[in-house]
Each structure stands twice: as structure tokens, then as C-alpha cells.
Design a protein around this ligand. Sequence first.
Ligand code: SAM
Length: 231
Amino acid sequence: MIDIPSVQWAGANAVKAMIDDVIAENLDVEKIFSSSKSTFRIADLGCSVGPNTFVAKQNITDAVQQKYQSQGFASQMPEFQVFLNDQASNDFNTLFASPPPERPYFATAVPGSFHGRLFPNFSLDFVYSSYALQCLYKVPEELLNKNCAAWNKGRVHYASAPDEVAQAFTTQFTKDITAFLDCRAKELVVGGLMVLIMPGIPNGIPHSSSLTGGIFDFLGQCLMGMAKEVS
Ligand SMILES: C[S@@+](CC[C@H](N)C(=O)[O-])C[C@H]1O[C@@H](n2cnc3c(N)ncnc32)[C@H](O)[C@@H]1O
């Protein structure tokens, strides 16, 4: 059986090298320092209830501290403020009941959708999001309309569906990611950094052959079976 949170855990760990490189190569410590800012603000968008979010935050704060040290600013380390965002329905109580005891940052919950504005202009130094951007803002309406070529017959995914279904999902994703990027463009400081992790498949691989496609197809069949039993 495939354990989805473990896949995300593996992803969060594999991305450590990417975070290290992004910060080592692009974080302009001298500019931050000359602006007299003493707080480095990080947002995790779609953080869920942990524990992956805490691993990622540790990786980011470690890499920033490393960069400060390598640039000769070891004695002027910033304080870290971490914003943990998810939908308002997320279990923030569980999340905040289990933080690592010695976390080197102040943590704040930010409930709300990342498809809209969550932070003031130019207030974030680093945006991180892991396995959350694939969640669409809404189900495309044509998937539910029996008279449309994109009617998805109750399925929850496009893996074994006609091209029109995949196209409807693509159109919604394009709107969603555009809204997400527009918001973050306003919220990040100039020179701010962003690491986004999303499941994907290489071009040319049929949807039905992808691992996630197979998982969601199977899950969808179970949900449809359960729905039939209660109806
Ligand atoms: C699969 S979990 C990933 C959790 C964690 N980031 C990780 O890597 O383990 C996806 C999370 O994204 C959140 N999410 C989905 N859409 C969202 C939105 N529009 N705004 C904020 N969070 C969202 C979900 O509530 C869920 O907690």
C-alpha cells in the first residue's frame, strides 16, 4: 500500500537540497541587512497538521542561518517568524499542539485560502508550499453537467476520463495558479524567494499510467461505491 503522507515526507526531505541551493545562491543578505530588517518571515501555504511542515521550516531556517554565517553576518542573525497557513477548516489545534520543543522561530496560524490575499504587501521573505497547489479552488462545473463532453460521470479524477475532462481540470488549474502567483507577487519582498512542490508527471506519459492517477482512480471508485450504498 502507498502511504501518501510518507510520499510527502520523502518529498519534503528530497527538497532540502533545493532549499539549500535557492537560499545559498539567491538570498541577498547584505540587502536585507542594509534595510535594517531583523525579522525573516516565512509562510508555509497548505501546511496541514504536520509534521512535514516543521521539517521544512527547520530546513529553511538552517539554510538562512548558514547563508548569514557564510557572508560574515553570524553575529547578526535575524529572528524568524513562520506563518502556517491552511484552510480555516484545518485542525490548527493539532498542528500547534505538536511543534518541535526547540523551534528557532515564532509561529502564527493564518487560516484562509491561498488563492486569495493572506498577507500585506511586501511582507514575506520566503514562501513555501508542498503538495497543496494541486488542490483546485473548485470543481469545474462542466464535469458535473451530463450534457457536456467534459461530464466526468461522478469520477473524482481525470486518469481514466476523456480528454475534455483533463482539459477542464487544466483550465481550472491555470486560473488557480495564476491567482496564487498574483497574490504572492504582491506579498513577497523584492528579492523574496519561493519553493513550490507539486506532484506532476512528465510530458507524454498517459494520465492513466501515472502513479497518482491510479491512486485517485481507485480512491474515486471506493467513494462512488460508498455513495451508492447510502443512496
Ligand atoms: C496533501 S496536504 C499537504 C500538507 C503538507 N504541506 C505536506 O507537504 O505534508 C494539502 C493541504 O493543502 C491544504 N489546502 C488545499 N487548498 C488550499 C487552499 N486553497 N488554501 C490553503 N490551503 C489549502 C489542504 O487543506 C491540505 O491541508
